[in-house]
Ligand binder design. Structure first.
Ligand code: GDP
Ligand code: IMO
Ligand code: MG
Length: 430
């Protein structure tokens, strides 16, 4: 690690599922702390090594390394039941979860009415639905911003929790019943259940910003693990087809209480093509056999919901926007192997929108057809790169593909992933 670079953010550069889990797992050997700063169990981060396969949702991927301190930051929304499930599943697979997992007391709690509202709204929206993961993410962030949310610390304060749950049910129950025709919740049952969650989690609840800043001050190395991707950021993404948190690097500061000067490097994780789950425009989307090929070879089915992911060619305008918003220093390019069989590979270099060329993703929303992506078509390599670990051994056309990305984005590709496993990776010395 270069002098002075201790703390690194690993962030999704597209619409999520770029392979962040794999890259965090791969790199975290060199780190002491791994912290999540936003999102919840809408995330699904896959890590594979040896004969093991893990799907992490709330817990930072660093948990798979026994000596890393893992922190769930204040910017997250946490469903305690999902967290306890995840802990149990990981333990059953031999993962150690003791004092190495801490939760910020200011993180927000997803309650059953949040989940019910998320689902009811999606159902009511019909064709206009966002295609959320149905985990209650959006409504929980709404409660946070409305200043009526339940925070993790409230789970261990029966009086405060009772007041907050009663207040919320008085408001959410009529909304669920009258507007959406859904059953109401009993605040008493909810209180009992969530106090029990609080008891089980109590020893992990801590002042997150103090904990992480103590670690930073002590010179320990911190990795900030992003969830979702830049184009799903609530401010900068493809609104309204986004998640409800700040997924970009700015979210690290607010979602953990870490000052910008402590983020020393940003690694943007990008797939060698593009995928998206849920609704919203997707300029390079393929609905032909090429799209099907990407889905099949890339195993593009959601880790959380099992939904087939939408697939398309690499889109440089979204990566340019993402690079700008995140200040990406290096790219980890994943799933290069998925392109192995194509004769030709189109790369979208810009869009033509109403007769004008756009090199970045416009912030205003357009119909899917309005983007008119402009492609540069390159030759495929038609050779297996799957599992390769050396840059020099990659076919020339694959190296050219990487170089085009570097030239167009003016960012170096420092890692190339050629398979889901930890070992299947090219690490480049820049
Ligand atoms: P994340 O949410 O960004 O962590 O990504 P996901 O885990 O949801 O989705 C990435 C998927 O691609 C997972 O199934 C990974 O096991 C898989 N994967 C990651 N890197 C590679 C790669 O280089 N090649 C192939 N074929 N699969 C990969
Ligand atoms: P990881 O961390 C891909 C998408 C959903 C939907 C939108 C809003 O695995 O990359 P939400 O439930 O967050 O309100 O849904 O965001 N979405 C993701 N897409 N990867 C994810 O996470 C996602 N998390 C949410 O599909 O379009
Ligand atoms: Mg995922």
């Amino acid at each position: 690690m270069k002098d002075g670079i201790r703390n690194v953010a690993v962030i999704g550069a597209q619409w999520g599922d770029e392979g962040k889990g794999k890259i965090v797992d791969l790199l975290c050997e060199d780190f002491d702390v791994v912290a999540r700063y936003q999102g919840g169990h809408n995330a699904g981060h896959t890590v594979k090594f040896g004969d093991k396969h893990f799907a992490l949702r709330l817990i930072p991927s660093g948990i798979l390394h026994a000596d890393k301190l893992c922190i769930l930051g204040n910017g997250m929304v946490i469903d305690p039941e999902a967290l306890l499930d995840e802990m149990e599943n990981l333990r059953a697979m031999g993962v150690r979860i003791e004092e190495n997992l801490k939760i910020s007391e200011s993180a927000h709690v997803i309650l059953p009415y949040h989940r019910a509202l998320d689902l009811a709204r999606e159902e009511a929206a019909g064709k206009a639905k966002i295609g959320t993961t149905g985990r209650g993410i959006g409504p929980t962030y709404e409660s946070k911003v409305a200043r009526t949310g339940v925070r993790i610390a409230d789970l261990i304060d029966p009086e405060v929790l009772r007041e907050k749950i009663e207040f919320a049910c008085a408001e959410k129950n009529p909304l669920l019943e009258t507007v959406y025709g859904k059953p109401p919740f009993d605040p008493k049952d909810m209180l009992d259940a969530y106090l029990r969650f609080g008891e089980v989690l109590a020893s992990r609840i801590t002042d997150g910003p103090i904990l992480i800043n103590e670690q930073i001050r002590a010179g320990r190395k911190v990795m900030f693990e992003g969830a979702q991707g830049a184009l799903l950021d609530v401010d900068h993404g493809t609104y309204p087809f986004v998640t409800s948190s700040n997924t970009i690097v700015g979210g690290v500061c607010t979602g953990l209480g870490v000052a910008p000067k402590h983020i020393h490097k940003v690694i943007g994780v990008a797939k060698a093509y593009t995928t998206r789950v849920g609704g919203g425009a997707f300029p390079t989307e393929l609905s032909d056999e090429h799209g099907e090929h990407l889905r099949r070879r890339g195993n593009e089915f959601g880790t959380v919901t099992g939904r087939p992911r939408r697939t398309g060619w690499l889109d440089l305008p979204i990566l340019r926007s993402s690079s700008m918003l995140n200040g990406i220093d290096e790219i980890a390019l994943t799933k290069l192997d998925v392109l192995d069989e194509f004769n030709e590979i189109p790369i979208c270099t810009s869009y033509r929108i109403r007769g004008k060329e756009w090199k970045t993703y416009p912030s205003f929303m357009l119909e899917h057809q309005a983007y008119d992506p402009q492609y540069r078509v390159v030759k495929g390599w038609k050779k297996a790169t799957a599992g390769m670990t050396s840059y020099e051994a990659l076919p020339q056309a694959a190296r050219d593909y990487v170089r085009i990305i570097e030239d167009e984005l003016e960012v170096k590709v420092s890692i190339i992933s050629t398979g889901p496993r930890r070992e299947e990776t090219v690490l480049r010395r820049l």
